[in-house]
Design a protein around this ligand. Structure first.
Ligand SMILES: [Zn+2]
Length: 193
């Protein structure tokens, strides 16, 4: 199902990360989800991405909590099928996602680590959920981020060589700050295509 009106996860790649906050297997709605969405929507999460790690500083009521996520690397089988589905594309679209899922070899995004400085509620505190929503929003904006978070380098071709060869230092910075992204303008702009 395409969910073009979803606030978070209106691309398939973003929706996959929303599912980490709202698993389809859950028996009841996540009670902290509305608050977490509100925090993410109102710019309450500062995200820093480093490889497979996402660190989110969540400001709430004058207190800052730091949630740390680490995405599991993509399986070799999933990476192979993704290379084929991408072809020469340099950004994964919803059609790419449909093709990898139909292949049967796809593995959904998963977390190796979900930790928070509040240490109050295991791996489901409101801060971790807010960081997941903020990450989904960042992926909606730039779907290739979903691949980088799983150790898949879209700049490499099927042989593992660089498809184009900018200096390694400029290919993608080690730390990518996403805080400059104005979430409100983004919602107003609506979905692309
Ligand atoms: Zn927390």
């Amino acid at each position: 199902m395409s969910n073009a009106t979803a606030e978070f996860g209106y691309t398939r790649w973003g929706a996959e990360v929303v599912r980490l906050a709202e698993p389809l297997s859950a028996r009841s709605p996540e009670p902290r989800a509305p608050r977490a969405r509100s925090i993410a929507r109102n710019g309450g999460v500062d995200l820093v991405v480093d490889g497979r790690s996402v660190r989110g500083v969540v400001q709430r009521g004058g207190q800052a909590s730091v949630a740390q996520l680490e995405f599991a690397p993509m399986t070799t089988a999933a990476a192979s099928i993704l290379r084929i589905a991408l072809g020469a594309a340099n950004e994964p679209g919803d059609e790419t996602y449909r093709r990898v899922v139909e292949s049967g070899a796809w593995s959904q995004a998963a977390l190796d680590v979900a930790d928070c400085s509040c240490r109050g509620r295991g791996d489901r505190c409101v801060h971790i959920l807010a960081v997941l929503y903020a990450t989904a929003a960042a992926i909606d904006r730039e779907p290739a981020l979903a691949l980088r978070l799983r150790d898949f380098d879209i700049s490499l071709d099927a042989t593992g060589d660089a498809a184009s060869d900018p200096p390694p230092d400029h290919r993608h910075p080690r730390w990518t700050t996403l805080t400059a992204f104005d979430v409100r303008n983004y919602w107003d702009a609506g979905p692309r295509d």
